[in-house]
Design a protein around this ligand. Sequence first.
Ligand code: CTP
Ligand code: ZN
Length: 152
Amino acid sequence: MKEPKQLSVSAIESGTVIDHIPAKTLFKVISILGLDHIDSQITFGTNLESKKLGRKAIIKISGKFFEDTDINRIALVAPEAKLNIIREYEVVEKKVVEVPDAIVGIAKCMNPKCITNYEKVTTRFKVVSKKNVALKCHYCEKITNQENLQII
Ligand code: CTP
Ligand code: ZN
């Protein structure tokens, strides 16, 4: 028989578990999802061991179920994140995140002359490549790619 697994963060009764977040982007995920200003009970663990990611983080949000369009916003910083939907202590659904076709806010345009970098304008990008992320700015049309991607 398989040994029961020891959970480093307690199980939840219902809600969303976001697993396989790279430890170094945990706080970006928290900020992108607005978890720093919601009322739900949230527990998280970080620098947990992961064969795939080296060090991973996990977030458990009780009583909260996200829309796909909201959750996909984390794909830029946690492309391998796995979502587990929990009801009555059981995992009822597993989902992966997908880089959306457009990004609003979140990322900074790498062009210093872009209007978004000197006026209070929300950034907007068309995603021109999803694998090696490349974002085309709606305002200046310059490409911001993975290497110079900065999350606001
Ligand atoms: N989980 C939880 N509360 C529950 C059930 C599950 O917090 N009531 C968490 C587990 O701790 C785990 C994740 O949800 O981090 C997925 O659970 P499960 O599918 O049972 O674990 P694994 O088989 O390890 O999933 P995977 O290999 O797909 O990551
Ligand atoms: Zn721009």
